[in-house]
Design a binder for this molecule. Structure first.
Ligand SMILES: Nc1ccn([C@@H]2O[C@H](COP(=O)(O)OP(=O)(O)OP(=O)(O)O)[C@@H](O)[C@H]2O)c(=O)n1
Ligand SMILES: [Ca+2]
Length: 498
């Protein structure tokens, strides 16, 4: 019968306050675990947005960028959400009817309005930057370029976004922001170890930008940045008129002028850069209607453009668009422009990529690329059309010329060699974002690339919560163990009870 008092003393759960404390302990732990799980669960992200329109010489593209709202100042957070190609030609082509320049953007702007959540519209900045096509129009006709810009300005302001301006960006900006884009997307800016040079080829201009350890002899070619605590001295140059469409005009004009034929109707231009069997009637105006092409201003007269398909002769013809004379610096690229020797790795994008990718030449050594291109140029026009039934004939006819121009520009112009050719990577996108100047432009204008490294807590938030829960669990277990040890009845007390 004396068993009963012994049981009562040994089982602590019969004491209400112990039950109470235990319930609170367990509830506390459950609460902590729930908080940790909820906090660490990927949040339903709230994004902010920015829109940049790239008004290029050949066409306009609209880009929507997005980034997590609460991580505005963190690095590497901005991504491309949407790219929309505006139908038709570039805005500079609307100079005879400027009103239509603005309206041409409607489809893509409507798409932007539908893509970005309504409650973000009013705070979403919209920028339009125009490049070489508008630079040329401004040179030719300042009033016409103002009217085109006014037209796009007025049109963009009819949308509910935060309009931030439409302007012609400089060649230096185009080069530098392209460099920022590719280095931001590769996450090279926070690391002090190496950056990626940027090569951009458009329809009307081309840019080369890289970090050079050399003394930059010409101030026009030098840009300094301090980004994430690192200083960069960039070499950059933009060659107006050396985009692939303008160079084609330059080259045709050279060839026409060297035929020594009377420039009347129906002269024949035998062109090594077009395929054998290619024949088209073109007007002199098509060739001479640009401020890049000096000399003749013949209007309605026509010529017959006939292909010869001779890669070597094409290379010789393309070389003539570079003027190698008079370099007043220690080293030059071409046309007397200062350029230190190329250094490090390069990303080559826009038409560098479109053309080299079409020709399947993105991953060969220079010598092999030259051989393959010569073979492509020698392929008869009929075969080319049969092999690419879905490519517009105008574009198809120009790839031999464009490929030859790209190899010539890189080797003879920028002085790449077969040794450092492998340092050029032909890229379209990095992750899901297109390589180009637009992202860098927006990052700069929204102050999203700080000069100094932003202060960050030593632990990420999720890690912090997990650590706190683990520590609490450990303290709890230790507490319970301690309770058990201290409450274990000693032999003498047991005896007393018995
Ligand atoms: N898929 C594509 C897209 C474009 N192009 C050609 O590539 C050239 C350059 O295109 P792009 O880089 O878009 O030039 P723009 O930005 O319009 O010109 P710029 O930068 O000189 O203002 C143009 O001749 C265009 O016809 C191409 O061959 N294949
Ligand atoms: Ca461009």
């Amino acid at each position: 019968m004396d068993v009963q008092p012994e049981m009562k003393t040994k089982n602590p759960w019969h004491r209400p306050w112990i039950i109470c404390i235990s319930v609170f302990f367990v509830a506390g732990i459950i609460a902590m675990v729930v908080v940790a799980v909820v906090q660490n669960k990927p949040l339903h992200q709230k994004y902010k947005y920015g829109i940049v329109l790239d008004a290029g010489s050949s066409h306009t593209s609209l880009y929507i960028y997005q980034w997590p709202a609460e991580k505005e100042n963190n690095t590497g957070m901005v991504q491309q959400k949407l790219a929309c190609n505006v139908k038709g030609k570039g805005i500079s082509s609307y100079s005879p009817e400027p009103k239509k320049a603005g309206e041409s953007l409607k489809e893509c702007m409507d798409k932007a309005r539908d893509t970005i959540p309504n409650h973000r519209h009013h705070e979403t900045p919209v920028y339009l930057g125009a490049t070489a096509g508008m630079r040329l129009l401004k040179m030719e006709n300042d009033t016409a370029s103002e009217k085109v810009l006014e037209s796009v300005e007025q049109f963009l302001q009819t949308y509910p976004f935060s309009y931030q301006g439409a302007r012609i960006i400089t060649g230096q900006e185009e080069g530098a922001f392209g460099w920022i884009t590719v280095n931001y997307l590769n996450d090279y800016l926070r690391k002090a170890s190496g950056t990626l040079g940027a090569l951009d080829l458009g329809g009307a201009s081309t840019q080369i930008t890289f970090v050079s350890g050399q003394n930059l002899e010409s101030p026009d070619n030098s840009i300094d940045f301090r980004l994430y605590g690192n200083d960069y001295q960039l070499y950059t140059h933009s060659f107006l008129c050396y985009g692939k469409d303008q160079v084609l005009k330059l080259s045709l004009a050279n060839e026409i002028q060297s035929t020594n034929q009377q420039l009347t109707d129906n002269i024949t231009l035998q062109d090594p850069c077009f395929h054998k069997g290619y024949k088209a009637t073109k007007t002199f105006e098509d060739v001479f209607n640009s401020p890049c092409v000096r000399g003749l201003r013949l209007t309605q007269n026509k010529f017959v453009h006939v292909g010869l398909g001779d890669g070597e002769a094409c290379h010789a013809a393309v070389r003539k668009v570079f003027n190698d004379s008079r370099c007043t610096h220690s080293t030059c690229s071409f046309n007397g422009v200062f350029q230190p020797p190329v250094e490090g790795k390069f990303g080559a994008f826009s038409a560098f990529y479109f053309v080299m990718n079409f020709l399947n030449l993105t991953s060969y050594p220079l010598d092999v690329a030259k051989e393959q291109l010569a073979r492509y140029c020698a392929t008869p026009w009929n075969t080319i059309i049969q092999n690419h039934p879905n490519v517009k004939e105008k574009y198809l006819s120009e790839y031999c010329f464009s490929g030859t121009y790209i190899l010539t520009l890189l080797e003879d112009g920028y002085n790449f060699t077969s040794k450092n050719w492998k340092d050029i990577e032909f890229i379209k996108q990095i992750g899901d974002s297109d390589a180009g100047w637009t992202l860098g432009y927006m990052l700069n204008l929204t102050n999203m690339i700080p000069a100094e490294v932003p202060d960050t807590p030593p632990l990420p938030y999720g890690g912090y919560v997990t650590l706190m829960v683990l520590l609490s669990l450990m303290i709890l277990v230790l507490g319970l163990l301690a309770c058990k040890v201290f409450r274990r009845p000693t032999g003498s007390t047991q005896k007393e009870i018995i």
